[in-house]
Each structure stands twice: as C-alpha cells, then as structure tokens.
Design a protein around this ligand. Structure first.
Ligand SMILES: [Zn+2]
Length: 218
C-alpha cells in the first residue's frame, strides 16, 4: 500500500550521499503519505547502501510505527511534529551538512548575498533554537522559525539543517541548495565582506523565480 512512497523516500536518500550532505548514517528524509495521517521515514542507524524501499518505516504523525522491520529514525518525533503543524508540507529532510552546520554552530543566519539565495530562500536562511533530540522540542523550533519565513530551510542552533517542501523532492532540493549557499557565502567571507542584496530586489528575484523558473506546463 505504501510502496510508491517508500520507493520515493528510499531513492531520495541517494541524493543526500550524492551531494555530500551526510556522514555515515546521519541525516534522513521523510514523506507524508498523501491523504493519510502517516509518514514514511528512514530507519535508525542503517547504512545508506542498505536503504532499500522495504527498509523504510511507516509511522503515524506521533511517531508510532505502523509498518516496518526497523526502528524509525531518532528524528521521527521532529518530522511528525512538523507534519502535524504544517499541513501543506509533504516532505522533510534533516542533515548535518558541513558548511550549513558550521553556520548553525555559530548561531548565525546565512545572509542573503546571492541571487540564488533570493530565488530559493526569499531572504536569509534563519537560525532556529537549540533543542534536544527526542521529544517535540526540535519540531517546535522548526515550525516556529519557518512559519514566519519564506525560507524552506532552518539552521537549528548547534545542530544542523531541517528543510521542508510541498514534496519530499522539493525538501531535498532545499537541503542541497542550503549547503551550496552556505559554502559559497563562507568562501565569500574569506575574500572580503559579502554584500547583502537590498530587500526590494530579494523580493523581486524570489517572486520571478517562483512564477517563471523552469519549463512551462505541458
Ligand atoms: Zn541531527
């Protein structure tokens, strides 16, 4: 019944390793099961090479296992909290990708200094609160930070990235782009002082990108 969603989530984990966003078994992708109060997420502590569709775990939106051989990711409570409180969200990604996590370690938002950032994030990438793993604290911090932001990614303080999207693929894209701009902005700082894009131009870029980027509908 959940085969399609399991397959999508398993394949998207391959993007995390392909783009260098994860080390060993860290990081995870989840997807909401369309029309159900369920999510599909990576099992805990299983190596990326073993993440087949069958290995994915189906949970309810409080993190209880509904179907699956393995225990779900230790971040399942955070994912479940976000799905419960942001009904428009269909996918969530969590990584400790190195450049973005370096900004998180400093507790500093990534300033909007690149047109690609204005396009994808509509402004700076914000910092969320420090929160311990396990309960609702991480999810609460993610929702509180992203609800009032155009950014689909948040740097959780001293931790790493949570990225959201209407689809799980969109959430993975946001996680990849977050690491990309974190790296470039870091490099810019080594050369000099990155210059923020004026707010009005950020708004124009973001608006144009949302409406006009990509292929026209068939
Ligand atoms: Zn983590």
């Amino acid at each position: 019944m959940f085969d399609d969603v399991r397959t999508i989530v398993a394949e998207l984990h391959g993007e995390l390793t392909r783009h260098g966003l994860v080390a060993w078994t860290s990081g995870n992708v989840s997807a909401r099961v369309p029309g159900e109060d369920l999510l599909v997420i990576k099992p805990s502590g299983v190596r990326y090479s073993d993440l087949t569709a069958d290995a994915m775990v189906v949970c309810d939106l409080h993190g209880g296992v509904v179907e699956g051989e393995w225990s779900p990711s230790s971040d399942t409570a955070a994912h479940a909290y976000v799905y419960r409180h942001m009904p428009e969200i269909g996918g969530i990604v969590h990584t400790h990708s190195p450049y973005a996590s370096a900004w998180a370690a400093c507790g500093e938002p990534i300033p909007c200094v690149l047109t690609a950032m204005a396009d994808e994030f509509g402004g700076e990438i914000p910092v969320g609160p420090f929160a311990l793993i396990g309960g609702d604290d991480i999810g609460r911090g993610v929702v509180a930070t992203l609800r009032g932001s155009r950014s689909p990614a948040v740097l959780m303080r001293n931790h790493g990235v949570f990225a959201i999207g209407r689809t799980p693929a969109a959430a993975v894209k946001a996680a990849v782009m977050c690491e990309d701009v974190a790296r470039t902005t870091h490099l810019a700082r080594q050369l000099g002082t990155p210059r923020p894009i004026p707010g009005e131009d950020v708004h124009r870029l973001h608006d144009r990108y949302r409406r006009a980027y990509g292929q026209p509908p068939a």
